[in-house]
Design a protein around this ligand. Structure first.
Ligand SMILES: Cc1cc2nc3c(=O)[nH]c(=O)nc-3n(C[C@H](O)[C@H](O)[C@H](O)COP(=O)(O)O)c2cc1C
Length: 176
């Protein structure tokens, strides 16, 4: 992974967190009003002043965890690019782009592919993070390297969904 450059500082650079996260029924905790990835995105905003952009599927996944898993699996197997409720048109104004997502079937949710593939990554600095229940980053790192052509991609981090509330220090260290 020669693209993963850990020498660059993101301090003081204008930044945005582009993320996908789902509330509703979550893994092993029942119904939640805020997803794990969104909690981390908000930590990053609090620490860095980054803006937030949440990627939402035009037709949300089911509230039921199992039904959502089934829908996302079909979408992934068909390599779909689902329509979004709202697209971020450009990242021209930002130097640093944080990309955050839950691992869905081994990589990013397909709505995030829809968004990320539409942007021009030339000259951007990318930092990425996943939340998951065992898969770590899965194959998302390879997908990000492939999609974010022309960007400098810094090492990613993965956080267990069940550990997000105690992960602020880990996030702070990673941002530094
Ligand atoms: C559709 C779906 C697929 C998932 N696939 C995986 C997976 O392949 N590996 C894994 O470790 N966790 C998987 N999970 C668990 C989520 O990655 C984990 O609960 C995550 O923290 C959810 O983030 P969120 O609350 O921000 O949506 C999956 C969850 C869903 C809903």
């Amino acid at each position: 992974m020669s693209l993963l450059n850990s020498e660059i500082s993101v301090k003081g650079k204008k930044s945005i967190v582009i993320y996908f996260s789902r509330a509703d029924e979550n893994y092993a905790v029942g119904y939640v009003t805020k997803g794990n990835t969104e909690i981390i995105a908000e930590y990053i905003r609090d620490i860095t002043g980054a803006e937030l952009f949440r990627v939402d599927r035009d037709v949300p996944y089911s509230k039921s965890y199992k039904e959502c898993c089934d829908e996302a699996l079909i979408e992934k197997n068909n390599n779909e690019r689902p329509k979004l409720a709202k697209m971020l048109d450009s990242i021209e104004d930002y130097e640093v782009i944080y990309i955050g997502y839950p691992i869905y079937w081994g990589t990013m949710p397909m709505p995030l592919f829809t968004q990320l593939e539409s942007l021009n990554w030339d000259g951007k600095i990318v930092k990425f993070f996943s939340t998951h229940e065992g898969s770590g980053l899965g194959s998302s790192e390879e997908d990000i390297i492939r999609i974010c052509k022309g960007a400098t991609i810094l090492p990613g981090i993965d956080i267990r969904g069940s550990m997000v509330s105690t992960s602020k220090e880990k996030i702070e260290n990673w941002i530094k």
